[in-house]
Ligand binder design. Structure first.
Ligand code: NAP
Length: 309
């Protein structure tokens, strides 16, 4: 029987692992399909305190894992198939095997929201990407026109970053104004390399025959007219979706699928705690996820100490 199983190895999960390991709980951590979480896809992390020159996202996560392992954390490169939180001990099915545990910390993170177009999937890594900081500097985008889709802070951030490499950045948004914070919106709209295309959606990505992105099919939502726009890349920045499908029906989720948090890091099930992007639609920062991971570990430790079952 495990004391605690931590689901996910992003900043939240590995910080929870560090703290529960130092509390002698010998945590078991499941990496899922993306060990290290979304941060491993970032090049340089400049806003994690303690690294004045910045640190590579992959390296930061590797260091966090090593630090947690030093105190007895066991990291398994396995995925959760299903979970039964209806009674204690909780039962997890992990790559076909059952694991019993007294407590669970959910830190399963979030993934990029997709447009849902078939060619978006087929041309991923062939010009379609979800991360400008990961891919923006690739030779295929240098001095080429690129398209960013979205109207929030992420889209603005991606568009601004891409102005370093691309010849022109088209910002395609389905509304007539940005949803982004005022400072980001102003910075974006005053950049002469960024050309907004309002009231427009991407209805297709071209060209599957050439097996790479050569353009997009756009639809003007006010007129219904469709046009083609040539580009070498499509950067989709339309928000995130929490990785919580496996908890559906087991635990309270909000209408967008985020785990509902109460009294610190507690969830609707006693003995199950939550931390990081899977319960945070607002801040979504590495440092806030790490902070929540710490809080979840402390809540979990106190719960186990007080538990009389
Ligand atoms: P967001 O604020 O939810 O914005 C998503 C954008 O994508 C919206 O403009 C939305 O359009 C559009 N969109 C959603 N689904 C779409 C679809 N299927 N087709 C076309 N467009 C679609 O997400 P976000 O930009 O990732 O930001 C999330 C949170 O992180 C926010 O609180 C943000 O402030 C924060 N953040 C901050 C920074 C920063 O400060 N530097 C950077 C990144 C993120 P509508 O406007 O029509 O809904």
């Amino acid at each position: 029987m495990e004391n605690v199983v931590i689901i996910g190895t992003g900043c939240a999960g590995l910080t929870a692992a560090l703290y529960t390991a130092r509390a002698n709980l010998q945590p078991l951590v499941l990496t899922g399909l993306m060990p290290g979480g979304l941060l491993t896809t970032t090049s340089i992390v400049e806003n994690f305190p303690g690294f004045p020159e910045g640190i590579d996202g992959y390296e930061l996560m590797t260091r966090m894992q090593k630090q947690a392992e030093r105190f007895g954390t066991r990291v398994k490169f396995e995925s959760l198939d299903s979970i039964d939180l209806s009674k204690r001990p909780f039962v997890l099915t992990v790559d076909g095997e059952q694991v019993l545990t007294k407590t669970v910390i959910i830190s399963s993170g979030a993934g990029h929201r997709h447009l849902g177009l078939e060619n978006e999937r087929l041309l991923e890594k062939k010009g379609v990407t979800f991360c400008a900081t990961c891919d923006g500097a690739l030779p295929m985008f240098r001095n080429q026109p690129v398209v960013v889709v979205g109207g929030g802070d992420s889209a603005c951030e991606e568009a601004l970053y891409l102005t370093r490499f691309a010849s022109v950045v088209y910002l395609v948004h389905r509304r007539s104004s940005l949803r982004a914070s005022r400072i980001m919106a102003e910075r974006t709209l005053s950049n002469t390399k960024i050309k907004p295309i309002w009231n427009t959606t991407v209805v297709d990505i071209l060209d599957i025959k050439q097996d790479r992105v050569t353009g997009v099919q756009l639809k003007d939502l006010s007129t219904g007219v469709e046009t083609e726009l040539g580009c070498a890349g499509v950067f989709v920045a339309i928000g995130h979706v929490p990785n919580t499908q496996v908890f559906q029906g087991q635990i309270e989720l909000d209408e967008n699928g985020y785990v509902v948090r109460k009294n610190g890091t507690e969830t609707s099930v006693k003995g199950v705690f939550v931390a990081g992007d899977c319960s945070d639609p607002v801040y979504r920062q590495a440092i806030t996820a790490a902070g929540m991971g710490c809080a979840a570990a402390i809540d979990c430790e106190r719960f186990l100490a007080a538990d009389t079952h």
